[in-house]
Design a protein around this ligand. Structure first.
Ligand SMILES: Nc1ncnc2c1ncn2[C@@H]1O[C@H](COP(=O)(O)OP(=O)(O)OP(=O)(O)O)[C@@H](O)[C@H]1O
Length: 543
């Protein structure tokens, strides 16, 4: 997939809001024209005043100028409303994009990434939200103001056209020369900002370790290193901004000098009256203010483009495809075949699973063993359809995984992973994860898993709120929640990674008996080296 540039990403987003942006720009155009009514009105008013008479025309002109200013203000209010709608929409889009994508990203994409850290990039949605009004309103209003101002000035004198052209060309050069380097330095600065946020999260995650080894100041030194990198790159970016600002001061002086000299000479030579001179001065001030706005918006342009780059890193990650159309029956029994299965991680050259063959009949009770690092967890993820083989074939009920509708596989699958999978939510939510199962059935299952004492010990029952990672929940209960989650929907295939290590020995036997009972039609594959599991197994696979 070809990687989009930040500017292409910006265009792609703006295209979604074409009608709204067209409205914003139409209003900007009208505002640009209406704003010129001020200098023109003042010019006419001065001319009238010079006649020494107060007339109806004078009152009419003052009224027109005031109506013009009010109309421009009202149009700006409308612009703000449209931009606010776009901002809210961007937030909602981004929230769903992240929530949808994070669980679906191909494991290969995450081989060298820490998935929770990727969520930090969501905060750049706010940078886009905040930057967009400046980009859409300030940029449009300022640009039209400059264009119309120069057109109006050119009516007064041909010299002003030259001045306008010079200004336009100089601005173009400024953007061309400093734009790319500005974006590069901004992206670099942002990289260190994320590195630091990630490191601070790591300190928070293992805070006890750092608390106990505070004397070593290791965490402070590392924070210091990243902060120095950030400040150095921020300084380079700031220098680009500063260069742009300095160039602007040069333009400002040049333009002011030009208009004062040219305007003054035109008045002396009676090619321009005082009213026109004052009007031209006001137009110039409007132009200079607009240029100033453009320069200050530029910082936002970098921020917004950088934010697109950062968010794009996540949204570019490939998602797991649903693959084929063949479905397996919900709650139906499952047999599995592996033929010359081969897999290697992108960070390793050697395959972890190399030409592996195996057959697992329906209702098997399989124990998966092998020394550490032999690839047991990897094989479990292959069986679950989480990671795809490089070579060879894996099939379930004789349907190759390539042709299998992954959704139907996941509906018929129960998985217990070794890692903690408790999220912040109620006990019920943690077990069901969106499945529709009655409380009565759930309570029956929890009795089987000997969780009644725990349920009785808290007054909230299934509505008990668990912390992220189940910080205040006993490890034994966490493991039982994982188990309940895996079997509550009576799957056809049950894959488990050391599912009972934290459960007291005396309870393990009865849970193993329950899980391996012939009454359950699931096919069970468990990574373990415990004798009780082996004693109840029908097949042992050694890696
Ligand atoms: N996401 C990954 N990216 C790169 N290498 C990985 C990844 N996950 C595992 N590995 C490597 O693959 C090898 C097999 O890992 P795996 O976890 O499958 O083995 P295991 O038999 O389950 O080990 P253990 O019994 O210690 O849990 C190890 O060398 C491990 O370092």
């Amino acid at each position: 997939m070809t990687k989009l540039t930040p500017i292409q990403r910006l265009w792609r987003l703006l295209k979604l809001y074409k009608p709204e942006i067209r409205q914003i720009y139409t209003y900007a155009l009208v505002i640009g024209i209406v704003n010129l009514s001020l200098p023109l009105g003042i010019q006419a008013i001065i001319n009238y005043l010079q006649t020494g008479e107060l007339s109806i025309s004078w009152i009419l002109l003052v009224t027109i100028v005031l109506v013009g200013i009010t109309a421009a203000g009202l149009l700006q209010v409308l612009q703000l409303r449209i931009v606010e709608n776009i901002q809210q929409d961007i937030f909602a889009r981004s929230a769903f994009e992240f929530a949808f994508r994070l669980p679906q990203i191909k494991p290969r994409e995450l081989d060298s990434q820490h998935a929770p850290e990727l969520a930090n990039r969501f905060f750049d949605t706010m940078t886009i939200q905040k930057g967009l009004p400046k980009l859409l309103i300030d940029l449009s209003v300022s640009s039209f103001q400059i264009i119309f101002g120069i057109i109006l000035l050119s009516v007064y004198s041909i010299y002003f056209i030259a001045l306008g052209l010079f200004l336009g060309f100089a601005l173009f050069l400024l953007v061309k020369i400093t734009g790319r380097i500005g974006l590069e330095t901004s992206i670099k600065e942002s990289k260190y900002k994320y590195n630091l946020a990630h490191w601070l999260e790591e300190i928070g995650r293992v805070r006890r370790t750092f608390h106990l080894s505070q004397n070593q100041s290791f965490h402070l030194n590392k924070s210091d290193d990243i902060t120095v990198d950030y400040i150095t790159s921020r300084e380079s970016h700031f220098r680009v901004l500063l260069d742009q600002f300095k160039s602007f001061i040069g333009f400002k002086v040049f333009i002011a000098a030009g208009i004062l000299v040219v305007g003054g000479l035109l008045v002396f030579n009676q090619q321009m009256n005082i009213g026109q001179f004052v009007a031209a001065e006001i137009v110039i001030i409007l132009i200079i203010n607009s240029v100033e706005k453009l320069v200050s918006v530029w910082d936002n342009v970098y921020d917004v483009l950088t934010a697109f780059e950062k968010i794009g890193f996540v949204t570019d990650m490939e998602l797991q495809d649903s693959a084929g159309k063949s479905k397996i029956n919900k709650n139906g029994p499952c047999s599995i075949k592996l033929k010359n299965a081969t897999f290697h991680y992108s960070t390793d050259n050697e395959p972890i699973i190399d030409n592996f063959n195996s057959e697992i009949p329906i209702q098997s009770r399989v124990v998966l063993t092998g020394k550490t690092g032999s690839g047991k967890s990897t094989l479990l993820q292959i069986l679950a359809g989480i990671i795809n083989l490089d070579k060879g074939e894996i099939s379930i009920n004789d349907i190759p995984y390539d042709h299998l509708d992954r959704k139907s596989l996941h509906q018929n699958l129960g998985v217990v992973l070794a890692s903690n999978q408790i999220f912040e939510g109620t006990l019920r939510e943690n077990i069901l994860v969106g499945r529709q199962i009655s409380d009565e059935k759930l309570m029956g299952l929890m009795t089987k898993l000997e969780m009644n004492d725990f349920l009785k010990s808290n007054s909230k029952g299934l509505d008990l709120i668990l912390d992220s990672g189940g910080r205040r929940t006993p490890r034994c209960i966490i493991q039982k929640i994982h188990l309940a989650r895996a079997i509550c929907h009576n799957p056809g295939l049950l894959l488990m990674e050391d599912p009972l290590v934290n459960i007291p020995k005396e309870e393990r036997k009865s849970i193993i008996k329950f899980l391996t009972d012939k009454a359950h039609q699931w096919t069970l594959v468990v990574i373990t080296d415990e004798d009780d599991w082996i004693a109840n197994s029908t097949q042992i696979i050694k890696l």
